[in-house]
Design a protein around this ligand. Structure first.
Ligand code: 1HN
Length: 339
């Protein structure tokens, strides 16, 4: 570098300026190069760690007894934008109320009879149910049943951290008072809905999607061709608009029929998979992962991936992705691998 150029750059810096040429480091990438790699978590290890947390970590120590599926390529989180956790709530435990900017979902893996209270409505939850806790909604949980509850917590917390928009408020009441009748949201946001009710046009209402309905839908469409890359896909749609689950994340159920093998593709959204039923193998970039019930893995953006159900029984994934974000800003691109 010439003396004159160095002196000029120093002068720019002293005035908080930077020349474009100072940012160019070699070739500019022609396509996305994710900074985080695929990662796989064994369900057996996750459940064992969570059981252990149940013995050594009280709710006084950890406001929520939650273990994160931490992608070591990141400071925090499972993907760049989303995090998947497993939460344990033991019989008799109450997780106190709070609200925050991060939007959250729960997918119940184990247990019955617990209640999630969101914005004054109490939802009874059990295995396979899926519940949303949209951004800035009060939420607390109570396990008044006889068995431990375990559920997946999915949050857009890494995105919120990046945006630095995290308002976070403990509830001065500690626990919410239930102010809405049982089944209130279900009865008011469907095809028949009260005409005077104003709804938030960005955030969906908190909603509980029952496993029995998911199973029924799978059985009604299970014979159809489905999607070449993901098999039979059900969207957990915003019940009001039919749009994505939350503005920042799309949650889905994927079913691979017995011996089904999907085609390979890649896209600019990143996807987190949890194996809810069955066994098989997924290929992500140059990695091969064999999975069984309870396992989880993440497919970073722009990694080719495809899946194979290696058994005769259906395999079912619970899936979470940041595609709505990419759609909202016009960054979604998808590319099929040539056969
Ligand atoms: C949260 O609010 C819950 O309410 C669980 O159950 C996990 C992880 C990060 C930030 C907030 C919950 C969380 C969380």
């Amino acid at each position: 570098m010439s003396e004159a150029l160095k002196a000029f750059e120093d002068e720019l810096q002293s005035k908080n300026f930077k020349g474009y040429w100072q940012n160019i480091q070699g070739d500019v990438a022609r396509e996305p190069v994710p900074s985080f790699a695929p990662c796989f978590w064994k369900g057996k290890d996750l459940f064992a760690a969570t059981e252990k947390a149940g013995e050594v970590v009280g709710l006084d120590v950890s406001f929520r007894r939650v273990i994160q599926l931490w992608n070591p390529a990141l400071k925090n989180g499972t993907s760049r934008t989303l995090v998947l956790n497993l939460q344990l709530l033991k019989p008799g435990e109450d997780a106190l109320s709070h609200r925050h900017m991060a939007g959250a979902i729960r997918f119940i893996l184990k247990g019955q009879g617990t209640r999630l209270i969101v914005e004054g409505e109490s939802f009874e939850i059990g295995e396979g149910d899926f519940v949303t806790t949209p951004s800035w909604t009060w939420h607390d949980h109570e396990n008044h049943g006889g068995e431990s509850m375990m559920w997946l917590d999915g949050l857009d917390a890494p995105l919120v951290r990046l945006l630095e928009t995290d308002f976070h408020e403990p509830d001065p009441r500690k626990k919410q008072t239930v102010t809405k009748p049982e089944g209130y949201t279900l009865a008011t946001v469907g095809a028949l809905r009260p005409s005077w009710m104003k709804q938030n046009s960005i955030q969906p209402p908190a909603f509980c999607y029952k496993w029995a309905d998911t199973e029924r839908a799978l059985s009604k469409v299970g014979e159809q061709p489905g999607d070449p890359y993901d098999g039979i896909v059900l969207d957990y749609a915003n019940p009001l608009t039919g749009g994505p689950t939350l503005p920042t994340m799309a949650c889905q159920i994927h079913m691979l029929r017995g011996s089904e093998k999907t085609k390979s593709h890649r896209h600019t959204s990143s996807t987190i998979y949890h194996v809810w039923r069955g066994g098989g193998v997924s290929y992500i970039g140059d990695q091969r992962y064999e999975w069984e019930q309870g396992d989880s893995f993440v497919v970073p953006l722009w990694n080719f991936h495809h899946h194979e159900n290696t058994s005769k029984e259906p395999a079912v994934f619970f899936v979470m992705s940041d595609k709505p974000l990419m759609d909202a800003i016009g960054h979604y691109r998808e590319d099929a691998k040539a056969d």
